[in-house]
Design a protein around this ligand. Structure first.
Ligand code: CU
Length: 270
């Protein structure tokens, strides 16, 4: 596959761009996994570079230390005050260190670029992902699903890319779910696209990240990541009136009960 891309194909630049995305070199998965990979790679490389640089500095500091009377005993030619260093090997050390740093920095930039391109582009891809509209208002969030129903709790199936179209009904807000490393503007009259991919079921917190008024600090919403089968069942059973509670059976049952009571009362009165 890689060979095909590099041979005489007219689309070589694009194929070449796609290769790092599919090869597994660039992290895949949820945004949290991608950002964690970037953090770990930078941490490890930074630690290695730091250890090498500081280690080499300490080694030279020790090797060329001032030994007073005993200078010269160990056969090391120490620099004298005012003497210019002669350098070794016609600048080979300098060239090597420049080349190494350039290689490390360029590969890091390229790798990070492709990891972030994936984060950016997945917001607009339309595959079998779930699309939810998010509307912010003073002070809360409403989540509108493809079937037109809405809820105050964002319910999503696990292991699915969830694409969000975010907007606001009144002032500037900012919708974010820290657990999924996702945060985007909610601006009236505009929409912003973003995505996240939850992999574990559970309840997470979404909140507003832009000071929008007196109720800003309480502008939270629960994000419930459900087992896909349970999600499907919930999704198929919600109706616009009871979507908020997320408990279709209970609401229908109580509605039926009150209707029955009304009917009975009616009969008695007549
Ligand atoms: Cu807000």
């Amino acid at each position: 596959m890689i060979d095909d891309g590099v041979s005489m194909h007219p689309m070589v630049p694009f194929t070449a761009l796609a290769v790092p995305l599919q090869s597994g070199i660039v992290p895949d998965g949820g945004r949290d996994e991608i950002f964690r990979s970037i953090f770990v790679v930078f941490l490890v490389l930074g630690t290695i570079v730091g250890v090498v640089v500081i280690g080499y500095m300490l080694y030279n500091g020790y090797k060329f230390r001032d030994r007073g009377e005993r200078d010269g005993d160990d056969g090391i030619d120490r620099p004298e005050l005012g003497e210019l260093p002669e350098g070794g090997g016609g600048g080979r050390k300098l060239a090597l260190s420049l080349l190494l740093s350039a290689a490390i920095v360029i590969s890091l930039i390229t790798w990070t670029y492709f990891a972030l391109v994936d984060v950016e582009t997945r917001a607009t891809e339309t595959d079998d992902s779930l699309n939810v509209q998010v509307e912010g208002y003073q002070f809360g969030w409403e989540f509108i699903y493809p079937n037109g129903n809405s809820s105050e709790t964002l319910r999503v199936p696990a292991n699915t890319t969830v694409q969000l179209t975010v907007t606001s009904r009144d002032v500037f807000h900012n919708f974010g779910i820290p657990a999924f490393k996702m945060k985007t503007d909610a601006i009236p009259g505009q929409t912003t696209d973003t995505w996240f991919q939850p992999n574990e079921t559970g309840t997470y917190q979404a909140q507003c990240f832009e000071l929008c008024g007196a109720g800003h600090s309480a502008m939270n919403a629960n994000v419930t990541v459900m087992d896909p089968a349970a999600y499907q069942q919930w999704y198929e059973n919600i109706t616009p009136s009871n979507a908020t509670t997320g408990n279709a059976t209970a609401t229908n049952a109580s509605a039926t009960a009150s209707n029955a009571t009304a009917a009975t009362n009616g009969t008695t009165a007549a």
